[in-house]
Design a binder for this molecule. Structure first.
Ligand code: UD1
Ligand code: UDP
Length: 355
């Protein structure tokens, strides 16, 4: 069987690493990278560290408005699908790359297999929500990570196409987590390229969503909250908001801004942090996997399963609100494992190769 996989952004490289490792033994996979993420430490580093095969195609499409980026991708992916004639298309998550690939494939009658289907935030102002809804509704097979995501799909009449597979991000956390070295732990670099020493105790912040970073005021509030904590915060900054983050944090001396880090370094930061503050869908699950308390600075729930027993709490981008949430105690039920058993990759491949 010939499978075309389309990836483009950091979280998709991680999921593709998990699935490709298994898929390549059983089928022919053609990997298309849209180019949505393109800096070395937003793209290549993941392929190198996670041993992902070099993409067969890199479309070099990034930036611009959502419509422009999606349109350019759609057209380029269509051309490649016509050339490669795959039996199926495999996509992950909710980025513009995901939606563009799904639309291109369905129009050519190529069945779309969607991993991480079903999450709903309840707001079409989120570009990720739009991407995921569209992708789900043109897919042949929907592979949500969790029961709550499957329930949304059932409510939208997609229950019959749905199979819960667990979370490939959990597979990645388990598999690659055991490969973290001292070198990975100490791979923090400033934007001047200087090595940054890692403090013994720290908080881990990631913040890149347009909701929090399109203006100074919200990002500044989040950084002020982190700056007032009892240990420094390590903040690897996404290129989207690098200039703004450097500017608004100028007078804050308890925050260490770094270049984006590779996945192994990120996992080590999750495992060793006191607590985590984020607006990332991936980071909030990784905090949960590592049993670290998390505050998510968004006004909608992305992963309801993590919100139990104060393990992950929503906060507005407001200093006092964030600090109040960080102060609450979490409790951990070790029996509660809503993200599967670390073998979702196998289930995804099984579904992909059935029929
Ligand atoms: C995208 C996804 C988001 C996901 C995030 C993962 C969409 C709509 N959003 O958001 O769901 O959480 O990826 O990180 O697809 N840029 C660089 N270098 C890079 C990558 C991006 O400079 O390597 C710049 C781009 O030129 C662009 C900006 O960052 O101006 C935003 O990038 P984009 O891919 O549009 O969105 P993300 O915020 O990364
Ligand atoms: N991540 C990383 N380096 C960083 C920040 C994040 O490797 O500097 C990893 C982290 O494991 C996270 C994943 O990239 O789960 C995806 O993160 P991102 O926040 O970019 O995307 P989202 O999960 O919000 O779609």
């Amino acid at each position: 069987m010939r499978i075309v996989t389309v990836v483009g952004a950091r979280p998709q490289f991680i999921k593709a690493a998990v699935v490709s490792r298994i898929l390549r033994h059983k089928a022919s996979e053609i990997l298309i990278h849209t180019g949505q993420h393109y800096d070395y430490n937003m793209s290549d580093i993941f392929f190198e560290e996670l041993d992902i095969p070099k993409p067969d195609y890199n479309l070099g499409i990034s930036g611009g408005s959502h419509g422009s980026m999606t349109g350019r991708m759609l057209s380029a992916i269509e051309e490649l699908l016509l050339r490669e004639e795959p039996d199926k298309l495999l996509v992950y998550g909710d980025t513009n790359s995901t939606m563009a690939a799904a639309i291109a494939a369905v129009k050519l009658h190529i069945p779309v297999y969607h991993v991480e289907a079903g999450n709903r935030f309840g707001t079409l102002t989120s570009p990720e929500e739009v991407n995921r809804i569209v992708t789900d509704h043109v897919s042949t097979c929907l592979m949500p990570c969790t029961e709550s995501a499957a329930a949304f799909l059932a409510k939208e009449g997609l229950g019959e196409k749905t199979q819960i597979v667990g979370d490939p991000m959990y597979d990645a956390f388990v598999y690659y987590g055991s490969k973290v070295t001292e070198k990975d732990k100490n791979s923090l670099f400033s934007f001047d390229g200087e090595k940054v020493p890692r403090p013994k105790e720290f908080y881990y912040l990631t913040c890149h969503r347009q909701e929090n970073t399109n203006t100074d005021d919200k990002l500044r509030e989040i950084l002020k909250a982190m700056n007032s904590l009892d240990a420094p915060t390590i903040y690897p900054v996404h290129p989207r908001n690098k200039d703004r983050a450097l500017r608004v944090s100028k007078d804050l001396n308890n925050i260490i801004l770094t270049q984006p880090v590779g996945y192994l370094t990120s996992i080590s930061l999750v495992n060793d942090a006191n607590k985590i503050v984020t607006d990332s869908g991936g980071l909030q699950r990784e905090a949960f996997f590592a049993e670290k308390q998390c505050v998510t600075v968004l006004d909608f729930v992305v992963w309801p399963e993590t919100m139990i027993d104060n393990r992950n709490q929503l906060s507005s981008p407001d200093k006092d609100a964030i600090l109040a949430k960080l102060d609450k105690k979490q409790s951990i039920n070790k029996q509660y494992k809503p993200f599967g058993n670390g073998h979702s990759g196998e289930k995804i491949v099984e579904l992909l190769l059935s029929e």
